[in-house]
Ligand binder design. Structure first.
Ligand code: MF3
Ligand code: CO
Ligand code: CO
Length: 276
């Protein structure tokens, strides 16, 4: 695996891992913050009866109002701005023609482009009052992401991130989805490297200062296996067990990670009891 100064890298996805400097960090800080603010804006709407198509419209208007572009819209033919994935939907649920109901859990994944830089983040919401096992899955998935982020520092390896997530999730009797992973990002949406949410410590490529990537674990209450529905996008658990996800975009700093998509309003885990 080779690394390349981002300024010298060819545009577009490549197998080389881009290392970014201060301008990259500044661009990602702005894009990440706006993506988090978009999720913050949606929080009050995440109530029983909300129409998923209306959430998509709100998000797209928010992005355009703030000088950003919806990164998912028409990306590889994807038809909407958001991904909204509820209950046994693992990821890439297509908004529209559906209302969320009391007891659902629903992940909203926001990706926008601001001044050419991508902000990509997601949170799982509890709709009204949810069952204790649903609440628990959300909290374990949130904590799994925090543990993955805590493993990020120069000299650590990608396998350390995967191991931190997998060992925690499985100790809590949840399974880690294998079919989707985190990814490098920056001016490119899905770039090298793939960031797996399972793995062995000390394996995989070495993290270096200036790398940008997402960590976005999907955890299931049942088996890890997924299938894609006939719309070509919606990924669901094969055993129809509940699935949750959280995602942040981050940069590797001299001594750890800078999370670009932290909620300015403190709503990173919107299902957490107030003040937690
Ligand atoms: N935001 C998703 C991710 O975390 C990607 C969605 S791609 C789409 O990588 F086309 F489904 F929108
Ligand atoms: Co992502
Ligand atoms: Co995403």
């Amino acid at each position: 695996m080779t690394y390349i100064e981002a300024a010298e890298a060819p545009a577009g996805r490549s197998n080389m891992i881009k290392l970014h400097g201060p301008e990259g960090f500044e661009g990602m800080r702005k894009a990440g913050r706006l993506a988090a603010q978009c999720l913050d804006m949606l929080c009050p709407y995440m109530k029983p009866g909300v129409d998923t198509g209306a959430l998509d419209d709100l998000a797209r208007e928010f992005m355009l109002d703030h000088g950003a572009l919806p990164a998912c819209l028409y990306y590889r033919g994807y038809p909407k701005t958001l991904c909204i994935s509820s209950n046994h939907v693992v990821c890439h649920g297509i908004p529209g023609g559906k209302r969320l109901k009391e007891g659902d859990i629903a992940n909203i994944d926001v990706t926008l482009i601001l001044d050419g830089w991508h902000g990509d983040c997601s949170r799982t919401f509890a709709i009204g009052k949810v069952k204790r096992r649903a609440r628990r899955l959300i909290d374990i998935t949130y904590e799994a992401l925090q543990r993955g982020i805590a493993a990020v520092r120069p000299g650590a390896r990608l396998g350390d991130i995967g191991h931190a997530i997998q060992s925690y999730a499985e100790a809590e009797r949840c399974s880690v989805v294998r079919d989707f992973c985190g990814h490098g990002l920056g001016r490119v949406f899905h770039d090298a490297p793939n960031v797996l949410h399972y793995g062995r410590p000390g394996t995989g490529i070495e993290l270096r200062e200036g790398m940008f990537f997402t960590i976005e674990p999907m955890l299931n209450l049942g088996r890890p296996d997924v299938k894609i529905l006939s719309d070509g996008w919606t990924a669901v658990t094969r055993d129809r067990s509940l699935s949750a996800q959280f995602e942040h975009s981050l940069g590797v700093t001299a001594d750890g990670a800078e999370v670009f998509t932290k909620s300015p309003a403190g709503l990173d885990n919107p299902a957490a009891p107030a003040g937690a």
